[in-house]
Design a protein around this ligand. Structure first.
Ligand code: SF4
Length: 237
């Protein structure tokens, strides 16, 4: 499995981060970005986070540009709100680590994560789950409820507030559990010197914009899967 992002502890005058957990045991943390990838396409998440395969296209390169400012760790204070950039976060209970693009610390002490995304203002379940996972990390680290956050949509320069409902929290935790199962399966395959099994292709219009299209070959793989299913049905294997 590809190692998660390295954790660098920063603090400001108002917020001191707890010590990060020691991940040296059996379970490596899931990178926060894998939650977004998995909900977009489990196969893409496996390519990136298990096979270590990644290719850029115009969409990923534009996404990188959107993150350039928020990737610079630091903080600013304006009108009583402390804005922390590139804040490292983790959740030991769920085996998660990564960073928040921005976390606002409001004058009343409330924490409000903000994730930057390239597209126009529109609700995407994968973006909401990634942001919710950040909230779960902040809640464990600072012992306070984090009920809402926002996605900043760079194309329309607008925020969209996301409320971390019980349903969104349940979805996020289910995806994290699925990812741990996927990573464990790949580790077992590695120990047996077998190739890890990738999740099957599910063809969708978004495949046309996937930077891993050439690696995945979804059209060909769908045909291969169908042929294998037919062969199994005919020969009852
Ligand atoms: S091409 Fe489609 S099926 Fe293949 S990894 Fe990308 S999104 Fe997933």
């Amino acid at each position: 499995m590809k190692a998660g992002p390295s954790v660098r502890v920063v603090s400001d005058r108002h917020l001191t981060l707890p010590s990060p957990p020691n991940w040296g045991g059996e379970r490596e943390p899931i990178p926060l970005s894998a939650i977004n990838q998995y909900l977009f396409c489990p196969r893409r998440a496996a390519f990136i986070h298990i096979e270590g395969v990644f290719k850029d296209n115009e969409h990923t390169l534009c996404g990188n540009i959107v993150h350039q400012h928020s990737d610079l760790a630091g903080y600013e204070v304006a009108k009583g709100v402390t804005v922390l950039r590139a804040l490292p976060v983790w959740c030991e209970r769920l085996g998660l680590s990564g960073k928040c693009d921005l976390v606002e610390r409001r004058p009343d002490g409330a924490l409000y994560p903000v994730e930057f995304k390239l597209g126009k203002r529109r609700r995407w379940e994968n973006d909401d789950a990634q942001l919710c996972a950040q909230a779960l990390c902040l809640e464990e680290m600072f012992g306070i409820p984090v009920p809402r956050g926002a996605i900043f949509h760079a194309s329309s320069k607008r925020r969209r507030e996301v409320v971390f409902t019980p349903e969104l929290r349940a979805l996020t935790e289910r995806v994290i559990a699925d990812l741990h199962a996927l990573f464990l399966e790949s580790e077992i395959a590695n120990r047996r010197s077998e190739l890890p099994r990738l999740p099957p292709v599910v063809w969708k219009p978004a495949c046309a914009e996937c930077s891993l299209y050439e690696t995945c070959m979804p059209r060909a793989s769908v045909g291969k899967d169908r042929a294998e299913r037919l062969a199994r049905a005919i020969f009852q294997i």
